[in-house]
Write a protein that binds this ligand. Structure first.
Ligand code: PEP
Length: 252
C-alpha cells in the first residue's frame, strides 16, 4: 500500500560538477527501478544542474535540504519556496537534526517552514528523532510526540513524509537495532493516527541513521519502515544505487 521511498541527503557535499557526474551515472543505474520513489537532495547550488539531468527520469525527484518560511524579501542568505520550485524541486527536507542543532531551527520554525512549503505545493520530508541522552533517559517517545505535535501543528497530512532519525545514529556508523527502529516507527504511526485517524496508515515513515547497502534489506523488513533517508552512503553512486536496488540484490 505504501510505496517505498528512498532519499539521498548529500548535506554540504559535492560541487556542481560532482553532482552532475554522480547523476549522469546514477540515472541509468536505477533506470529499471519502478517500485521505489527515489529522491535526491543536493546542496542549493547544484539543484538546477541536477534538475536538468534527472528531468527525463520518471522515478527520480529533486529535494532541497532546507527552505525559509517567508515568501520573499530582505532575508540575506535565505532561499524561498518559489526559488526551490523554480530550480526543479518537488520536495524539501525540513527539521533535520543538523538544522535544529547548528542553525537553531526550533519546532516553531520547523512548523512555519512546513506550512510555507506546503502552501507552494512542495512535498516535505519532516525529520524527527531523539538524542542519545534522551534515549538513555527513557524520553524517546516524549520527544517524538512533542516534535510531531509542534512540527505538524495545523498541517494536513497530504504531501508529508516523516523521517525518523535517531540523532545518535546519524553519521556515526551506529544503526538502530531492528527492534528499536520498528518500535519507534510503530509509535510514530500511532501518534499520527491519534491526530489524523486512519489516514496515518498511508503516510510513509523513513528510517535514517547510518543506512548502508548491507543493512537496508533488514531495515526494510520492519513492518512500519517504508523507506530510508540516507546521508553518508548516498555520496557514492554505486553504494546509493545498491541501496535503492535492495530488492533486486536480494534475489541474486
Ligand atoms: C542523515 O543525515 O539524514 C543521515 C541519515 O545521515 P547518515 O546516513 O550519514 O547517518
Amino acid at each position: 500500500m505504501r510505496k517505498v521511498f528512498i532519499a539521498a541527503n548529500w548535506k554540504m557535499n559535492k560541487t556542481i560538477g560532482e553532482a552532475q557526474s554522480f547523476l549522469s551515472e546514477f540515472v541509468p543505474l536505477v533506470h529499471g527501478v519502478r517500485d521505489v520513489d527515489i529522491v535526491i537532495a543536493p546542496p542549493f547550488t547544484s539543484l538546477h544542474a541536477a534538475s536538468s539531468i534527472i528531468k527525463g527520469a520518471a522515478n527520480i525527484q529533486l529535494s532541497a535540504q532546507d527552505i525559509f518560511y517567508k515568501d520573499e524579501g530582505a532575508y540575506t542568505g535565505a532561499i524561498s519556496p518559489v526559488m526551490l520550485t523554480d530550480a526543479g524541486c518537488t520536495f524539501v527536507i525540513i527539521g533535520h537534526s543538523e538544522r535544529r542543532q547548528y542553525f537553531s531551527d526550533t519546532d516553531e520554525v520547523v512548523n512555519k517552514k512546513i506550512k510555507t512549503a506546503r502552501r507552494y505545493g512542495l512535498n516535505v520530508i519532516f525529520c524527527i528523532g531523539e538524542s542519545l541522552k534522551e534515549r538513555e533517559t527513557g524520553k524517546t517517545k516524549d520527544v517524538l510526540s512533542s516534535e510531531i505535535d509542534e512540527g505538524l501543528k495545523d498541517i494536513p497530512l497530504e504531501g508529508i513524509v516523516v523521517a525518523y532519525e535517531p540523532i545518535w545514529a546519524i553519521g556515526t556508523g551506529k544503526t538502530a537495532t531492528l527492534e528499536q527502529a520498528q518500535d519507534a516507527h510503530r509509535y510514530i504511526r500511532e501518534k499520527l493516527a491519534s491526530i489524523y485517524g486512519n489516514r496515518a496508515r498511508e503516510i510513509r515513515i523513513l528510517y535514517g541513521g547510518s543506512v548502508t547497502p548491507d543493512n537496508i534489506n533488514s531495515l526494510m523488513n520492519c513492518k512500519d519502515v517504508d523507506g530510508a533517508l540516507v546521508g553518508g552512503s548516498s555520496l557514492d553512486v554505486n553504494r546509493f544505487a545498491d541501496i535503492v536496488k535492495y530488492r533486486e540484490r536480494q534475489k541474486d
